[in-house]
Design a protein around this ligand. Structure first.
Ligand SMILES: NC(=O)c1ccc[n+]([C@@H]2O[C@H](COP(=O)([O-])OP(=O)(O)OC[C@H]3O[C@@H](n4cnc5c(N)ncnc54)[C@H](O)[C@@H]3O)[C@@H](O)[C@H]2O)c1
Ligand SMILES: [Zn+2]
Length: 364
C-alpha cells in the first residue's frame, strides 16, 4: 500500500495505491467524514464487475449508496447528462449527507467531478479510478469537464476529490489496449521528469502488459507522485507549471481531432504519436540526441502503442493544429525533450520542421 499526499491547503488529499483498496473504501471514506449517503456514478460494465464490492464496503460502515449509470462512451460527458444526474440526485436527496463517488475511467471521473462541483455548489467527491489512465492522470488534479459539440472538455470546473483510491486489482479486467492507453501517459512522465521511471518501463514492459500487480503499483505510484507534485505547484493551471504535462499533447490533440474522435486512436495512442513527433522535432532542432529519440520510439512500440500514423490525413492534422493555435492566439508552443527525464518549452518552431516531422511518421 502506497500513499501520496497532495498538499493544497484545505483542499489537500491523499492518493492511496495498492491491492484490495476497493474493499476497504468504506472505512477510508468513513474516516474522512465525506458523507453518509453515496451516489455512485459508473457505467454498466464497471458496475457489473465492481459495484457490489464497493456497496458492501460502504454498507459495513453504515453508508447508504445508490448507483447512477451513465453510457459507456465519451458522449456521456455532456451538459445534458450532467443535468439529468443533478435532477436525479435532487429528486432523492435525503436528510443524510450526500456525496459522490466516481467509479470508472476518465469519462466517469470527469463527469462525476463536474456534477459534484455543481450540486449545492459542491458536495464531497471521491475518485475510484478503474483505468490505468485515470489512476495516473485524470483522477488526480481536480480538473472536471464535459464536452461541447465544438471541442472536448470545454466546460468544466476545478474541483478536488476528497481522496483518490487506486486499486491495482481492478486493472486485471482492463483490456490490453486500455493498459497501453495509460502507459502512454506513464511514458510521458518518464520523459518529462524521471529517467529512472522510463528505464523501469524499458526493463519491465512485458510484466506490466501482463498486469503484474507489484509492477503496476510501482509505476502508478511514481506517476501519481509526479502529477501530484506538478498540481501542487499550480492548482489552477495558471502559472505555466502544468504545461510540461502537455508533452506529446499538442500534436496528439490534433491527431485526435483529425481522426474525428472516431475511435481509431485512443487518447494514449494519439499522444504516443505526438510524443514521437515531438521527439523527432527535438532531434531536428538539435536539442536531443538520436539515441534518446530511439529509446523513446522503442519503448512506445514495445508498449503496443503506434509509432506511425494510419488513416488520418496530414491536411486534417494541420487544420486541427492551426485551429488550436488560433484558439490560444499564440505562436506555436511545444514541450520538447532535451534528454530522457527532462523537457523544455520551445515556441515559434518553423512550420516546415513540424510538417516534415509529421510527414515522416505517415505509414507507407
Ligand atoms: N481530468 C483530467 O485531468 C483528464 C486527464 C486525462 C484524460 N481525461 C479524460 O479522461 C477520459 C478518458 O479516460 P479513460 O482513458 O479512462 O477512458 P474511459 O473512461 O472511456 O474508459 C475506457 C474503457 O474502459 C472501461 N473500463 C474502465 N475500467 C475498467 C476495468 N477496470 N475493467 C474493464 N473495463 C474497464 C470503460 O468502461 C471504457 O469502456 C477522456 O474523456 C479525457 O478527456 C481527463
Ligand atoms: Zn493526456
Amino acid at each position: 500500500m502506497k500513499k501520496i499526499r497532495l498538499p493544497l491547503g484545505r483542499a489537500s488529499y491523499t492518493i492511496v495505491i495498492g491491492s484490495r483498496v476497493l474493499s476497504a473504501a468504506g472505512a477510508r471514506i468513513k474516516a474522512l467524514g465525506a458523507g453518509t449517503d453515496a451516489i455512485i456514478i459508473t457505467n454498466s460494465r464497471i458496475a457489473r464487475l465492481y459495484a457490489a464490492a464497493l456497496k458492501s464496503s460502504l454498507a459495513r460502515q453504515n453508508i447508504s449508496s445508490r448507483i447512477i449509470l451513465v453510457p459507456d462512451t465519451e458522449r456521456a460527458k455532456s451538459i445534458d447528462m450532467a443535468r439529468r444526474i443533478l435532477e436525479r440526485i435532487a429528486a432523492r436527496d435525503t436528510l443524510r449527507k450526500t456525496f459522490i463517488i466516481a467509479l470508472g475511467g476518465g469519462v466517469v471521473g470527469d463527469l462525476a467531478g463536474f456534477v459534484a462541483s455543481l450540486y449545492k455548489r459542491g458536495i464531497p467527491f471521491v475518485q475510484i479510478p478503474t483505468t490505468l489512465l485515470a489512476q495516473v492522470d485524470s483522477a488526480i488534479g481536480g480538473k472536471t469537464a464535459v464536452d461541447l459539440p465544438i471541442a472536448k472538455n470545454l466546460a468544466g470546473t476545478f474541483y478536488q476529490p476528497r481522496i483518490v483510491l487506486s486499486d491495482v486489482d481492478v486493472l486485471a479486467s482492463l483490456p490490453r489496449r486500455q493498459i497501453a492507453n495509460g502507459l502512454a501517459e506513464i511514458i510521458k512522465y518518464g520523459v518529462i521528469k524521471e529517467a529512472a521511471l522510463f528505464a523501469y518501463l524499458e526493463r519491465n514492459f512485458p510484466g506490466i502488459l501482463g498486469r503484474d500487480r507489484r509492477m503496476l503499483a510501482h509505476i502508478i505510484d511514481r506517476s501519481s507522485r509526479i502529477k501530484a507534485a506538478v498540481v501542487a505547484k499550480d492548482e489552477y493551471d495558471v502559472k505555466g507549471v502544468r504545461a510540461i504535462l502537455n508533452f506529446g499533447h499538442t500534436i496528439g490533440h490534433a491527431i485526435e481531432t483529425a481522426s474525428g474522435y472516431s475511435g481509431r486512436y485512443t487518447h494514449g495512442e494519439a499522444i504516443a504519436l505526438g510524443m514521437i513527433v515531438a521527439s523527432d522535432i527535438a532531434l531536428a532542432l538539435g536539442i536531443m540526441a538520436l539515441s534518446d529519440r530511439n529509446r523513446i520510439e522503442a519503448l512506445i512500440r514495445n508498449c503496443g502503442l503506434p509509432t506511425l500514423m494510419r488513416g488520418v490525413q496530414l491536411s486534417d492534422i494541420k487544420k486541427a493544429f492551426l485551429h488550436d493555435k488560433k484558439f490560444t492566439n499564440r505562436k506555436n508552443r511545444f514541450v520538447l525533450p532535451t534528454k530522457i527525464g527532462s523537457v523544455r518549452i520551445v515556441e515559434g518552431i518553423p512550420e516546415k520542421i513540424i510538417i516534415d516531422a509529421l510527414k515522416a511518421r505517415r505509414a507507407p
